[in-house]
Design a binder for this molecule. Structure first.
Ligand SMILES: [Zn+2]
Length: 250
């Protein structure tokens, strides 16, 4: 059974598509029910003047387009479909973060992006919380939803740590399953490990919520096949449309 969710609700999204990919159906349902839902995008800042070879190769795929602005527009389109607003904290994506010495990148290769957090980022979760608090008032009933960090992306790890710190402060916190990382067999194993000791809460949805999610995902022009989202949601809910969150033990 789904418990009543307190209002308001913040969905922390490391990148612009994460909240929609993982919780788009529930977000749409909650706003339909009159809950105040805000998506908080963390790593939406512009790159600096220098790009790492990895970032340079990525940008070349988009030609001369301003990638940050393109993503912002697509996100606005998607969140309008879900009917919710967002705030952007505009920290830089891990692809763009320079080391403190200014002569190298913290995550120069893909294996770094899915590896351990750089030692210079141990205080970043607290800085992200300070950024969040400068933009929005968190009450003791604000439900914070954050990624479990399945897939181990460093930006998702930071979002997860941020929520753990807020939980330690006494805020209600729950974690969502990082799509599409959670779809793979390896992701499923990781989910078991990361959700250990937590309580699953299946959020049953109507087909119209999943349809809105499908349209919103389309706005991001992701290469992930749309069928993968529906197939995953049905895998743990007896064939029904659903999403799932995990609660910390009380
Ligand atoms: Zn992400």
């Amino acid at each position: 059974m789904e418990a009543a969710l307190p209002s308001p609700c913040l969905v922390i999204s490391p990148h612009r598509d994460d909240a929609c990919f993982s919780l788009g159906g529930a977000i749409h349902r909650w706003q339909e029910l009159g809950r105040e839902v805000t998506v908080v995008n963390l790593f939406t800042g512009h790159p600096g003047p220098l790009l790492s070879p990895q970032a340079e190769a990525y940008h070349q795929r988009f030609g001369a387009l301003d990638l940050t602005e393109l993503r912002r527009q697509r996100d606005q389109e998607a969140l309008a479909i879900l009917g919710v607003s967002s705030i952007d904290l505009n920290h830089q994506d891990c692809l763009y973060r320079l080391r403190a010495d200014g002569v190298g990148w913290r995550y120069p290769e893909p294996e770094h992006i899915f590896g351990s957090l750089h030692p210079e980022e141990s205080s970043l979760p607290r800085a992200l919380i300070a950024s969040l608090r400068s933009r929005i008032h968190l009450t003791e009933t604000t439900l914070v939803l954050a990624p479990l960090a399945v897939g181990n992306h460093v930006d998702h790890q930071l979002a997860h740590r941020m929520a753990q710190l807020l939980a330690e402060e006494g805020l209600p916190v729950a974690f969502y399953e990082d799509a599409p990382y959670v779809f793979s067999p390896r992701g499923a194993e990781e989910l078991t490990r990361r959700s250990s000791g937590m309580k699953a809460e299946v959020l049953r949805l109507e087909q119209r919520h999943m349809e809105s999610k499908r349209k919103a995902i389309g706005a991001y022009r992701s290469p992930v096949p749309i069928e993968a989202f529906a197939a995953y949601s049905q895998s743990f809910a007896g064939g029904h449309a659903a999403e799932r969150i995990w609660r910390l033990p009380t």
